[in-house]
Design a protein around this ligand. Structure first.
Ligand code: CDP
Ligand code: CDP
Length: 216
């Protein structure tokens, strides 16, 4: 990899595995563009909740996502998306094939139009959105550890959260995501798997940075 060569990094993994923190810090460190693709599904979910649209009202959800797909470049307030009600609704709307199609182009164009490099994190980046990515990471951790992290995260934001409830909801979301994404949620054959269960965010960043630098 030379300095002038553009690089695309795909980061996938389950909820609270640490993929978002890694993607954000890697992008900042290397000066690459960053896209949190989960936020796209969360933005559709938020609009559905605001408009009192139920999970079974597929036509209405599709209309919401089609409208939103025209405005995905607009700024949004990420803090309004970070709660488990929206995370759950996001994983429900993400099951609708048309919703995924409505959001695909934006993600692909994001990776394509980056000048220096792009880091995208989600569930199907290395398998569906950017199968040609230069580097693919699959970030994972035990479900107990992920539930513990998500509980602490919610509590630190003043949201009441019980670890056993968060764990049960996470199991449900993992199951829904794995059924829908089928083989796409699994690590791709050419990706670097990092189990972050016993690692700090800094250790994960150092491990990923070494893999990226060793590639050049
Ligand atoms: O941070 P966390 O992993 O909990 O959630 P997220 O990445 O914000 O994603 C919320 C939901 O959107 C996930 O549970 C997936 O169902 C869905 N999603 C997806 O289907 N494909 C993506 N590329 C990103 C998210
Ligand atoms: O994006 P994803 O849902 O996979 O996870 P995240 O938002 O990066 O991380 C979820 C929470 O776990 C955050 O509060 C992180 O600071 C924390 N975390 C951690 O404690 N240790 C790690 N190695 C990675 C993340």
């Amino acid at each position: 990899m030379t300095d002038t060569q553009k690089i695309v990094i795909a980061i996938d993994g389950p909820a609270a595995s640490g993929k978002g923190s890694l993607a954000r810090t890697l992008a900042a460190q290397f000066g690459y563009d960053f896209l949190d693709t989960g936020a796209l599904y969360r933005r559709v979910a938020l609009k559905c909740i605001e408009n009192d649209i139920k999970p079974e009202e597929i036509d209405k959800i599709t209309t919401v996502s089609a409208d939103l797909s025209q405005n995905l470049h607009e700024k949004y307030d990420d803090s309004t998306l970070r709660n488990d009600k929206i995370g759950d609704m996001a994983s429900i709307v993400a099951q609708i094939p048309q919703i995924r199609r409505n959001l695909d182009d934006f993600q692909r164009n994001f990776a394509k139009s980056a000048k220096k490099g792009a880091v995208l994190d989600g569930r199907d980046i290395g398998t569906v959105i950017c199968p040609e990515a230069d580097i693919k990471f699959f970030i994972t951790a035990s479900i107990e550890k992920r539930a513990e992290r998500r509980t602490l995260e919610l509590q630190s934001r003043g949201i009441e959260a019980k670890q056993s409830t968060v764990l049960a909801e996470m199991r449900e979301r993992d199951l829904r995501d794995s059924i829908r994404l089928n083989e796409h949620l699994k690590p791709d054959h050419d990706c670097h798997v990092i189990d972050t269960s016993d690692m700090t965010p800094q250790e994960v960043l150092d491990t990923a940075t070494k893999i990226i630098k060793d590639r050049s």
